[in-house]
Write a protein that binds this ligand. Structure first.
Ligand code: GA4
Length: 331
C-alpha cells in the first residue's frame, strides 16, 4: 500500500490504494423484499451470515431521498470557511478529513446530526442557518421515515428470531430518548492525476457501535463489506434501496449470533459519492446485554452487560478500526 502525505493539512496522511487492488465480487450480497412473506427468515439468515443486507420495497419515497441528497450537496458546495463554522464535530456538526477524536482520517467531509431535536447543538444550528429551509425539512422528514424503516426491520428480525415481545429491539430506537443520529457523507473527487490510478480510503474499516444502521447512497460505488474469511466485497450502489448494517449493540443482544459487519468506503476520486446513514441507537441509560429469550443461562453470555452511555464513551476513546467489543467480552 502506498501512502501519500497531505502537506500541512493533517497530522496523519490519508491512505491511498492502487485501484487494481480492489479485485472483488458482489454476487454474495443478500437482498430482502420487505413485502416477501419469507422476509423475516431471510433477514435473520443475512444477519447471521453477513451482518448486512439490502432492502427493497421499503416504501420511502424516492423524492425524499433526492431532496435530502440535494440539500446535502448544496451544503457541501458552500465555501470551506462557512462550512468550518459548523465544525469541528463534537461529535455533532461538520467535519472534514478527520473522523472521530483520535487521529483517524479519510477522504471525506460530513455532517453528523443528532436525531433527537432537543439535543441539537449550536453547530447543527449553524449548518441549517447557512442552508435553505428545505434542507432542514428534508433532514427532519428523513429522520422520521428512517426511524420507521429501522424499527420495521428490527421488528421483523425479532419475529424471525422468536423474540417476544416483537418490539423488544425496536422500542429502544423508537424511544423519545433514543440516541440515534444521521450522518451525511460527501466523498469528493480529486483533481490530481493520481485520481486515475488510485482509490483513497474515504472511511476506514470499522463496525458501527449502535443497534442498526440504514445506509443509502447515490449511484457512486465505494462501500465494501468484510466477509467472515476476511475478504472484502464491493457493494454495488443502488440509490433506490437501503443497506442494513448490524451494529455492535445488536451483536451483544443476540449473544454473537449476529455479527456487526466490518465495512469501509474506498472513494472513487473520479466521481463523488454522497451517502446518508441513519444510526438507530438506544437511549443513553439503556442496559445492553444478551437477551434472556435467546440465552437462558447467564453463564452462556459472551458479553457483560453495559449501558449504551458507557459503550458510547468507550467507542469515542477508540480508534476507528479497533475491536470495541473486546473490552466487554466475558472471560
Ligand atoms: C462509526 C459509526 C458512526 O459513523 C459514528 C462514528 C463516530 C464518529 O465519526 O464520530 C466514531 C465511529 C462511529 C466509531 C468509533 C469512534 C466514534 C469515530 C470514532 C473513531 C457517528 C458512530 O457512532 O461511531
Amino acid at each position: 500500500m502506498v501512502v501519500l502525505s497531505q502537506p500541512g493539512a493533517l497530522d496523519n496522511p490519508i491512505s491511498v490504494i492502487p485501484a487494481c487492488n480492489a479485485v472483488l465480487t458482489s454476487q454474495a450480497i443478500p437482498v430482502v423484499d420487505l413485502k416477501d412473506p419469507e422476509a423475516k427468515a431471510l433477514m435473520v439468515k443475512a444477519c447471521e451470515e453477513f451482518g448486512f443486507f439490502k432492502v427493497v420495497n421499503h416504501g420511502v419515497q424516492p423524492d425524499l431521498m433526492t431532496r435530502l441528497e440535494e440539500g446535502a450537496i448544496g451544503f457541501f458546495a458552500l465555501p470551506q470557511s462557512l462550512k468550518n463554522q459548523a465544525g469541528p464535530p463534537e461529535p455533532y456538526g461538520y467535519g472534514s478529513k478527520r473522523i472521530g477524536p483520535n487521529g483517524d482520517v479519510g477522504w471525506i467531509e460530513y455532517i453528523l446530526l443528532n436525531a433527537n431535536p432537543q439535543l441539537s447543538s449550536t453547530k447543527t444550528s449553524i449548518i441549517f442557518n447557512q442552508s435553505p429551509q428545505n434542507f432542514r425539512e428534508a433532514v427532519e422528514e428523513y429522520m422520521l421515515e428512517l426511524k420507521e424503516v429501522s424499527c420495521k426491520v428490527l421488528e421483523m428480525v425479532a419475529e424471525g428470531l422468536g423474540i417476544e415481545p416483537r418490539d423488544t429491539l425496536s422500542k429502544m430506537v423508537r424511544d423519545e430518548k433514543s440516541d440515534s443520529c444521521l450522518r451525511l457523507n460527501h466523498y469528493p473527487t480529486a483533481e490530481e492525476e493520481e485520481a486515475e490510478k488510485m482509490v483513497k480510503v474515504g472511511f476506514g474499516e470499522h463496525t458501527d457501535p449502535q443497534i442498526i444502521s440504514v445506509l443509502r447512497s447515490n449511484d457512486t460505488a465505494g462501500l465494501q463489506i468484510c466477509m467472515k474469511d476476511g475478504s472484502w466485497v464491493a457493494v454495488p450502489p443502488d440509490q433506490s434501496s437501503f443497506f442494513i448494517i448490524v451494529g455492535d449493540a445488536l451483536q451483544v443482544m443476540t449473544n454473537g449470533r449476529f455479527k456487526s459487519v466490518k465495512h469501509r468506503v474506498l472513494a472513487d476520486t473520479r466521481k463523488s459519492r454522497v451517502s446518508m446513514i441513519y444510526f438507530g441507537g438506544p437511549p443513553l441509560s439503556e442496559k445492553i446485554a444478551p437477551l434472556s429469550c435467546l440465552v437462558s443461562k447467564k453463564e452462556d453470555w459472551l458479553y457483560q452487560e453495559f449501558t449504551w452511555s458507557l459503550y458510547k464513551s468507550s467507542a469515542y476513546k477508540s480508534k476507528l478500526g479497533d475491536y470495541r467489543l473486546g473490552l466487554f467480552e466475558r472471560q
